[in-house]
Design a protein around this ligand. Sequence first.
Ligand code: GUN
Ligand code: ZN
Length: 441
Amino acid sequence: MPAPPTPDILALRGRVVTFRDNPFTTDPVAALHHEEDGLIIIRDGRIAQMGTYADTLRHLPADTQVTHYPDCVISAGFVDTHVHYPQLPMIAAYGEQLLEWLERYTFPTESRFRDPAYARDIARRFLAGLLRCGTTTAAVFCTVHPQSVEAFFSESERLNTLMIAGKVLMDRNAPPDLRDTAQRGYDESLALMTRWHGRGRQMYAVTPRFAPTSSEEQLKLAGALLARDQTVFMQTHLAENLDEVAWVRSLFPARRSYLDVYAHAGLVRPRAIMGHAIHVDEPDLMTCHDSGCALAHCPTSNLFLGSGSFRLFDALDPRRPVRVGLGTDIGAGTSLSQLQSLNEAYKVAQGTGRRLHPAQAFWLATAGGARALHLDHRIGTIAPGMEADLCILDPEATPLQALRAQSCDSISDLLFSLMMLGDDRSIRATYVAGRRVHERA
Ligand code: GUN
Ligand code: ZN
C-alpha cells in the first residue's frame, strides 16, 4: 500500500490578532484576541494550532521552518462583501452620481467583457490586486456575459481563493448589448451555477444587478434559481441613491419598500447580500434581521458617488442586529484596500455621531464579513480547523506610519494607525489556504 502523503506544514510567527467574540455586542477590547508573540501552525491548508510561540512550538515537527514576521500583525484575510471586478479599469470616473455614472461609464466598460480574452486579463489583475491588499474572499459581480464569470472563476480556481461570483441579470433599462431576457438569464445562471458552485473553493451568487434593470419576471426567476439550492448566494444593490429609490417606487408601486421588491421575489434570505442599504427604514432592517440576509457597507463608494451615509450602528443595533460586511464596491469605490474602506467607515461613523472602535473595524473586515456571508465556520478568524487565509500587516510600511507606530501603546491603537494610514503597502504577505500568494517587493 502506498504511504499516505506527508502533510504540508507551515509555521508563521508574529503578533497574531483575531476575534473570540463580537466587538459590537461585548467590550471591543475583550472581544479582540491578541498574541504578542504568536505561532500559527498550518497543516494541509488549515490552521492546526495557534497560541503563544513559547507554548505552541512543541507541536511543530522538529525540522519545520518557521517564517517569522517580527513587528508585523498576522490577521485573518480580509473579506470584501461587495465588489465589481469588471469595473476595475473605470475606477475614479469623474463627476456623476449613481444613475448617470452607470450610463456614462459603467455600461460602456462592462460591454467590453463580451471578449473572453479581455475578461481574463481584468480578472487576473483584479484578483492579484485583491491579494496585494490582503483580501482573500470577495462577493463579486461579473457582467451579463457568461464568459465574464468563466474568466473570473477560472483565475480564482488557479489561485485557490474562496470566491463568490455570478453573472449579472439585466433584462431592461440597460443598453441592448448588456441585456439578457428573463429566460436566458435563468438558463445561463443555472448552467454557471451547476458548473461552478462548490467546485473547489468557488461559490455561485445569483446576481440581479438591481430592481430597475430587472423585470418582475426576471426577479421571480432569480428566486426560482435560489429555491433550487439553499447554499447558493444572492447579491444585488439596495437603496443606494435617492433618485434610484424614487425610480424603484415608480417601477414597483405595489411594493411597500425597495427591499420588499426583493422579498416578494424570494430573494431576501440567508446568503443574500444587499449592497449599500443607505435609504432603508426600521421595518426593512427588521426584515433583514429576521431573514438572515446581509448588508454590505461600502463607504469609499458612498462618499465618491455622494450617495449618503450608511447607519452602521443602527443596522447592528443589538436588539435586532443585521449581518453587516464591508465592501469596496470597485469601481464606484476608490480603493481595493479594506484598510482604506475602514478609514472611510470611521469617518462616516463620525459623521453620524458614532465611534467605530478599531477592534470593531477589523472585525467587520474579517470575522464580521465572514459571518455576513454565513462562512464564519470556514474563514474570518484564526483558530484550529479554520481555512488558512491570512494577511501579514506591516504597521511601519511608510516613514509616516513608522513615526506614528512609535506612539502606539496598545494593539488597538496599532490597528487604528493601520486602518487610518494603511493601504496595499501595509500588506507584507498574503496566504491563501496555507500558500503564500502575495509578497511585497
Ligand atoms: N447599482 C446598480 N449597479 C450598480 C453598480 O455597478 N455600482 C454601484 N455602486 N451601484 C449600482
Ligand atoms: Zn455595487
